[in-house]
Design a protein around this ligand. Structure first.
Ligand code: SER
Length: 339
């Protein structure tokens, strides 16, 4: 008998840790955690098994399939937009080949289990690419089908991952005599920049937001790599986890798309600094834009239109900017660095 579990790839990453914490606080599901980096002990002990390994390791994946039934997969493993621009080929391998492998596995699992495996895929604001700052400012909040012209390997990979998921959900082996009885139930969310009070992101371009906050809380000077007037949407990690869970739980018949924008607030870098400086008066932040990284953020929208998610599955963030800083980020991070 295979052990029934929820598979979380990228389990040692920011979102992976927060998701596993949430899932195990709310019920006690069996979690199979997978990451190329070791999963921290405090998260590992919440899992049925935490494996340090590569989603591209065929032998490892075959072993997992033989040992586990996986009706729900959160495929979070990815190389983000900054890392991806130093090693685009590695990003393609992890973000595209890895996603392809996981979707294949989900299709096989759906056949064996006899019902559609749910496949949750975090996509990103990086799938958007606005050609210049003027267009970005004029466009305002954009919908899912607009400006799908990413500047980064990560953005290209995520956009293709969404299409692969749609293919597996609707058209997989469409001409074969024995076409799929239980197609993969693929659901994807395009997240804005994410901020957690507990962890720092690695390898992204929206990292200036969380980095400013974590440096200030530790009284370490920070050089911000974008202009003070740079604007893009952000969301705190508890809302990101809430969105993933809401989409996972949404009745299939309510979903009109495989891809949903979500967002909550969209401060400029300067506006982001205000509540940080108010909480930590010794904050030292200087703005020294790096033209190359600036160009990437300038290609991302000022805001996202998340009305599709609001309509289809009742999406609403718990944290606007004020609540995010006053009730989550500042109090939690203050405790974290003073203990
Ligand atoms: N946080 C991501 C990045 O900066 C965007 O989704 O790459």
């Amino acid at each position: 008998m295979r052990k029934e579990s929820i598979l979380v790839t990228g389990a040692a990453g920011e979102m992976g840790q927060a998701l596993i914490y949430y899932l195990t606080e709310h019920g006690s599901p069996s979690i199979l955690a997978l990451d190329v980096n070791p999963v921290p002990d405090k998260i590992k002990k919440r899992c049925h098994q935490a494996i340090t390994g590569d989603i591209l390791d065929e032998k490892l994946m075959d072993r997992l399939i033989s040992e586990y039934a996986l009706p729900l997969i959160y495929h979070l493993a990815a190389l983000l937009s900054k890392r991806g621009e130093f090693t685009p080929e590695a990003a393609h391998r992890v973000n595209v080949d890895g996603t392809f492998r996981l979707l294949q596995m989900a299709a096989e699992q759906s056949d064996w289990i006899g019902s559609s495996v749910k496949f949750l895929f975090p996509s990103s604001i990086a799938v958007y690419g606005l050609p210049n700052l003027e267009t970005k400012t004029q466009a305002g909040a954009i919908g899912e089908s607009e400006w799908n012209m990413p500047f980064t390997m990560y953005g290209c990979n995520k956009l293709y991952g969404e299409h692969l998921g749609r293919y597996y959900a609707h058209h997989y082996r469409q001409l074969a005599a024995d076409s799929q009885q239980h197609p993969v139930d693929f659901r994807s969310i395009r997240f804005p920049g994410l901020i957690s009070a507990f962890t720092l992101p690695t390898g992204g371009t929206s990292d200036y937001g969380p980095e400013m906050l974590h440096h200030a809380a530790q009284q370490v000077p920070y050089v911000c790599f974008v202009r003070e007037d740079t604007q893009m949407p952000f969301m705190v990690m508890p809302d990101a986890i809430k969105a993933l869970i809401m989409l996972e739980c949404a009745p299939h018949e309510n979903l009109t798309s495989h891809v949903y924008n979500v967002t909550s607030f969209n401060p400029s870098a300067g506006e982001m600094l205000e509540p940080i400086r108010a909480a930590f008066p010794d904050t030292q932040v200087t703005f020294q834009p790096d033209p190359k990284r600036q160009k990437i953020v300038d290609s991302w929208p000022v805001d996202l239109d998340d009305s599709r998610a609001r309509h289809d599955w009742g999406w609403e963030p718990d944290y606007d900017r004020e609540r995010a800083f006053d009730e989550y980020l500042i109090p939690t991070i203050s405790k974290r660095y003073t203990v």
